[in-house]
Design a protein around this ligand. Structure first.
Ligand code: CA2
Length: 143
């Protein structure tokens, strides 16, 4: 199985700003943990991060030809992007939505996701572990 892991806007700031909300791990730390788990589970992973919505939409389309599914932390696009929802629905590959923070317990505008109802699953609130739980769930769904 091959999975593309997508990080949305501003996630490159992880570990450098707002550690009280997002923890102290950097994106590189998180990607190393994902790679380790993927190897253990016999899966291949590739990573993509962009601060640009259109680039993420293009990546979803382009990567869909070579991956079986997506693990995505859409960042703030979660709460704003019908375009990302349409892109993920359009490629006919399952995706799991993950968040570091417990979005249900934060500001009201973070409580709605344009993706959750069409995701194979959603994991939020466990910090970097959300990605690892999400990867396990996605691989199980793909099995
Ligand atoms: O909890 C998550 O993983 C979020 O997807 C993170 C997004 C936020 O907009 C979502 O509501 C929940 C923010 C990503 C930006 O990450 C930063 C990291 C450090 C400092 C500032 C932003």
């Amino acid at each position: 199985m091959r999975v593309a892991v997508i990080h949305g806007p501003n996630l490159r700031l992880l570990g450098r700003r707002e550690p009280e909300v997002y923890g102290t791990d950097t994106l590189d730390d998180i990607e190393a943990a994902i790679s380790g788990l993927a190897a253990e589970l016999g899966a291949e992973v590739e990573f993509f991060q962009s601060n640009h919505e259109g680039r993420i939409l293009d990546f979803v389309d382009e990567a869909s030809g070579r991956v079986d599914g997506f693990l995505i932390n859409p960042g703030a696009l979660t709460h704003t992007s019908v375009a990302l929802r349409d892109a993920l629905l359009g490629v006919d590959r399952p995706f799991v939505e993950v968040h570091l923070s417990n979005t249900a317990g934060r500001e009201p505008f973070r409580r709605h996701s344009y993706l959750s109802d069409v995701a194979a699953g959603v994991v939020f609130g466990f910090g970097p572990e959300s990605y690892l739980l999400g990867l396990r769930g996605l691989l199980r769904a793909l099995d």
